[in-house]
Design a protein around this ligand. Structure first.
Ligand code: G6P
Length: 469
């Protein structure tokens, strides 16, 4: 059986630089890749930042079905590539936050070098004709670098974040380099057709390359393009959320949240997740509906992320100030309207919260997909499922057609939708939930990976016949 090589910046676990503790990683990419189960041998290669001279062997292990292996990289170089370019240029720009971009040439050189480092490691590992699946915006240059080193490989690239309008993309000082890098792949995939359309427009505007949303011709090769919305390991979420350990936590929670309607938020503490907008909508809900004060609670889990980037530090302060303001204004001695936790929580507790909540609120300003919404649906009880209130600026809103969608910038409207979500009958909740669960049961992370990899194997770059060139 042919092996799959999967490449991403982050491995499913990471080692804490100071304590040496191994921790599970968070985020959509790790959740999606970790959910693939198909018996095919898979090796996941990712970066492992470490101090110069650290003699410890590379991190190895197994997550789900996938073996993983770290490629050591100097922390200083990694910092410039990860914080300097990936998180301070590409992430904000691709999420339409052009004002937050800080580009500098030295960081860019580090981004190039780290992509090269991985290209060398993969070229040394991969056997001729193997399939290599490269993930996300940290590795935009890797497809072309790898093709140069080993043209016999089947190279796929998948972007886990939105591809922005070409009007935004064109602001990037390194726009040609990025597109040339991606175009080294045989297959390029996105979550959604709108992202693919933006990519095709950028190809045309920046490189003058035409495409029909199915393929593009570049440097004598035909490259396949496609939309492959990511999914989760639905059955595992569904089954595990019914395990005795989860039931036990759920009983305890039911006791302590007795009499309250619960709105749940689970997000990395990232500006793209719209936490300020979420809190403002919740504040509006209480201000306009005094009868709900004391009746409804927002439980927001904010998972720490990218804590070295100044804008994330500032966001944390603003969110905490807003939480304090709402609690100060509407709180009582025996009631805090917002419960706020700045930490990740154990998996069983997460599943119990999914089951406990009446409603999940996702208010992302932009979000490639948002897998929390999918996980929440998979965990619900079929008799009295919770309701998903979902920003229309998430990739998930294109696939979860029965969720209640919101424009998170419209705080008043969002508060009305929240009120509606809390007042739906069980029958109405079931009517919304069933088709979404059915979809997720029929199309899970394994199907997502299979559809991408099948396309990759089938659509291996065919040179364009000379008469067409
Ligand atoms: C998003 C990105 C992933 C990333 C995750 C967590 O889901 O698409 O590539 O891993 O966020 O962010 P982090 O910077 O902690 O890896």
């Amino acid at each position: 059986m042919k092996r799959w090589l999967m490449i991403s910046n982050r491995l499913p676990v990471s080692k804490d630089a100071s304590t040496g503790e191994i921790k599970l990683s968070s985020g959509g990419l790790v959740s999606a890749l970790g959910g693939i189960r198909n018996g095919i041998p898979k090796l996941w290669i990712g970066l492992e930042p470490r101090e110069a001279g650290d003699p410890s062997p590379a991190l190895t292990g197994k997550e789900g079905e996938i073996e993983y292996r770290g490629v050591p990289v100097d922390v200083g170089l990694y910092d410039r590539y990860y914080n300097g370019i990936s998180n301070d240029v590409l992430w904000p720009l691709f999420h339409y936050e052009g004002g937050l971009v800080h580009f500098n040439g030295e960081d860019w050189d580090a981004y190039v070098r780290v992509n090269e480092l991985l290209a060398d490691a993969i070229a040394a590992e991969a056997r001729d004709d193997e399939s290599v699946w490269i993930h996300d915006f940290h590795l935009f240059l890797l497809p072309a670098m790898l093709r140069k080193r080993k043209p016999s490989l089947h190279i796929g690239f998948f972007l886990h974040i939105p591809f922005p309008s070409s009007e935004i993309f064109r602001q990037l000082p390194v726009r040609e380099e990025i597109l040339q890098g991606i175009m080294g792949a045989d297959l390029i995939g996105f979550h959604d057709y709108s992202y693919l359309r933006h990519f095709c427009n950028a190809l045309h505007a920046v490189l003058g390359v035409g495409s029909d949303m199915l393929s593009a011709e570049y440097e004598g090769r035909r490259i396949t393009l496609g939309a492959f919305p990511v999914s989760i390991d639905t059955k595992s979420f569904h089954n595990r959320s019914r395990e005795p350990a989860v039931e036990k936590i759920l009983r305890r929670y039911r006791q302590s949240f007795r009499g309250l309607k619960l709105i749940l938020g689970i997000d990395r503490l990232d500006y793209i997740k719209g936490l300020r907008l979420k809190l403002q909508s919740f504040r509006e809900l209480l201000a306009r509906n005094p009868e709900l004060v004391g009746e409804v609670q927002l439980l927001q889990i904010a998972v720490p992320t990218r804590q070295d980037v100044p804008v994330y530090i500032q966001l944390k302060e603003e969110v905490e100030r807003l939480v304090g303001e709402i609690n100060g204004r509407f709180g009582r001695a025996d009631y805090a309207p917002v419960l706020y936790i700045y930490n990740s929580i154990p998996f069983e507790e997460l599943l119990a919260l999914y089951r406990l909540a009446d409603c999940l609120l996702v208010s992302s300003r932009r979000d490639g997909m948002n897998l929390v919404a999918l996980e929440f649906i998979a965990a619900q009880s079929p008799t009295k499922p919770g309701v998903v209130v979902l920003s229309e600026f998430t990739g998930a809103s294109a696939t979860l057609s029965h969720a209640l969608t919101i424009n998170p910038w419209d705080v008043e409207k969002t508060s009305e939708v929240l009120k509606k979500a809390l007042s739906l009958s069980d029958a109405e909740r079931r009517e919304m939930h069933q088709p979404m669960l059915k979809y997720l049961m029929q199309y899970d992370a394994t199907d997502w990976a299979a559809s991408f990899m099948k396309s990759l194997e089938k659509t291996r770059t065919v040179p364009i016949p000379e008469r067409l060139m």
